[in-house]
Design a binder for this molecule. Structure first.
Ligand code: B4P
Length: 191
């Protein structure tokens, strides 16, 4: 089993590159953002709770997303590997993920961390907000709040995996195809 974390701030290209990576490597894509938006569109209780945090650019509580990931792992026993996109986003989520994967004897192989300047992040998300219909993309204050949440709570998750020598920084600016090639080069040396 090959388990990979695609890491980076909001707008760094995680969702964009995940689509291409799962197609190439046959991994199961687990995006907590997509799972949460699915709950919101189905108007579940979980979705209603999550929406109030997401609309403000804040992280959804750990227990909610950890529960979602745990269920998704259980629901895919035959997966040849998982691509975690947007998870873990806090140290508590990282510890929970290590525990869940430890039970399956399939630890994280590598964390690929997309490196993009803050100016470029804001530019991309404002542009996506023009068409995405995502309530967290159409207000620059909310976009900046998401980047602050990343700096305050999520950036430290890389340190957690650095301690195990599993983090590779990948330049996340340039064309989508060039970034994809950089990511594939790193995966191919490890899988
Ligand atoms: P996510 O859905 O993970 O949203 P994101 O980080 O903004 O998106 P992503 O990073 O995938 O977008 P991409 O760069 O691909 O999270 C949304 C919210 O859900 C969070 O704020 C939080 O509230 C909640 N949440 C999710 N997971 C959570 C967790 N684990 N714990 C707690 N809360 C959680 O794309 C951005 C744009 O850039 C696109 O328009 C794309 O076309 C463009 N783009 C991509 N690559 C480009 C390139 N090379 N050049 C130019 N543009 C590019």
């Amino acid at each position: 089993m090959f388990n990979l974390i695609l890491f980076g701030p909001p707008g760094s290209g995680k969702g964009t590159q995940s689509e291409k990576l799962i197609a190439k490597y046959g991994l199961k894509h687990l995006s907590t953002g997509d799972l949460l938006r699915n709950e919101i569109s189905r108007q579940t209780l979980l979705g209603q709770e999550a929406q109030s945090f997401m609309d403000k650019g804040q992280l959804v509580p750990d227990e909610v997303v950890i529960g979602m990931i745990s269920s998704a792992l259980d629901a895919n026993p035959a997966a040849k590997g998982f691509l975690f996109d947007g998870f873990p986003r806090t140290s508590a989520q990282a510890e929970a993920l290590d525990e869940l994967l430890g039970l399956r004897k399939a630890p994280i192989a590598v964390m690929l961390a997309l490196d993009v300047s803050e100016e470029e992040l804001v530019k991309r998300l404002v542009k996506r907000g023009e068409t995405s219909g995502r309530s967290d993309d159409n207000n620059e204050n909310v976009i900046r709040a998401r980047i602050n949440e990343y700096n305050n709570k999520t950036a430290a998750v890389a340190d957690h995996y650095k301690a195990f020598d599993k983090v590779v920084l990948v330049k996340g600016e340039g064309s989508v195809d060039d970034i994809f090639t950089r990511l594939c080069t790193e995966i191919n040396t490890r899988s």
